[in-house]
Design a protein around this ligand. Structure first.
Ligand code: AMP
Length: 274
């Protein structure tokens, strides 16, 4: 594995590759969720690039940019074992200059749900993901359904800007109890981890209702909120279609049920595709 920190070194390293490139962008503190994307990309492409970059432009002023977990040494080991070809770990100054030309998230889809709770988050996210996709020259780029709205916006960006890359949506990886893995789970103590299970439990309750024939979104959301009683603060429960438009009735095959809630310090996200 080659570790590169500059654009020049990345371009030089890419010259040694011929054939399909798979790309997995991350913010590091890698866990099994990231690893599942890396392993899928490894299987489906001749070459594999992973990036680790904690992107400042997608963090709000009161968010955890400085405290975001960083585990470079462990991450490098994980990528080596996973047979990554190139690990790109740029500094902020490599990725940005002053007074940049910038793209932004779309006015509606980029400003509901996560976009409403974290104004500007998706502007920073599309900005960095466009840079990273362009730098990687990937044929296939892998993103988790865990961040469903991010995935939808990246797919839209690639479509709207005619970018020659295939976006691959990867399943959510959970721990044995059902908690969706996240780098921010390190903030949870044991008691909070148990209460955090209420997110996946609320999705299970919603799925059970849908399976029993319930389609009414308000009825399903009410049941989810009952289950989410153990969370410290529910930020939203929502049922949207795959373009993130709100639904009145669940549409089988075209719906995503989402929850965001605070348990202890972190905001936690989870969702299920129906
Ligand atoms: P992050 O490092 O949090 O920016 O995540 C990098 C990529 O890993 C994103 O595409 C995430 O959606 C994905 N990811 C994070 N957690 C999980 C998980 N539990 N299951 C599947 N993918 C995940």
């Amino acid at each position: 594995m080659i570790i590169v920190k500059t654009i020049e070194a990345l371009q030089e390293a890419k010259k040694t590759l011929s054939g399909d490139i798979g790309f997995v962008p991350t913010m590091g503190a890698l866990h099994q969720g990231h690893l599942s994307l890396i392993q899928q990309a490894r299987r489906e492409n001749e070459h594999l690039i992973v990036s680790i970059f904690v992107n400042p432009t997608q963090f709000g002023e009161n968010e955890d940019l400085d405290a975001y977990p960083r585990k470079d040494d462990a991450d490098i080991k994980i990528c080596t074992v996973a047979k990554v070809d190139i690990l790109f770990m740029p500094e902020i100054s490599v990725m940005y200059e002053d007074d940049e030309l910038s793209i932004g998230a779309p006015a509606r889809r980029g400003y509901v749900l996560e976009g409403e709770k974290r104004p500007g988050h998706f502007d920073g996210m599309v900005q960095v993901v466009m840079k990273l996709l362009n730098l990687s020259s990937a044929s296939n780029a892998y993103f988790g359904k865990k961040d469903a709205q991010q995935l939808a916006l990246i797919s839209q960006m690639v479509k709207n800007y005619f970018m020659p890359v295939n976006i691959v949506a990867c399943e959510i990886v959970r721990d044995e109890m059902g908690l969706a893995l996240s780098s921010r789970n390190v903030y949870l103590n044991e008691e909070e981890k148990v209460r955090a299970l209420s997110l996946s439990s609320s999705l299970k309750a919603a799925t059970k209702l849908v399976m029993a024939g319930e389609k009414n979104v308000e009825v399903i959301k009410k049941e989810m909120l009952n289950v989410l009683d153990l969370a410290d603060e529910v930020e939203y429960v929502a049922i949207v279609d795959r373009t993130f438009s709100a639904l009145k009735e669940v549409e089988i095959g075209n719906s995503i049920i989402l929850v965001a809630a605070k348990v202890g310090k972190p905001r936690l996200l989870d969702n299920i595709w129906i």
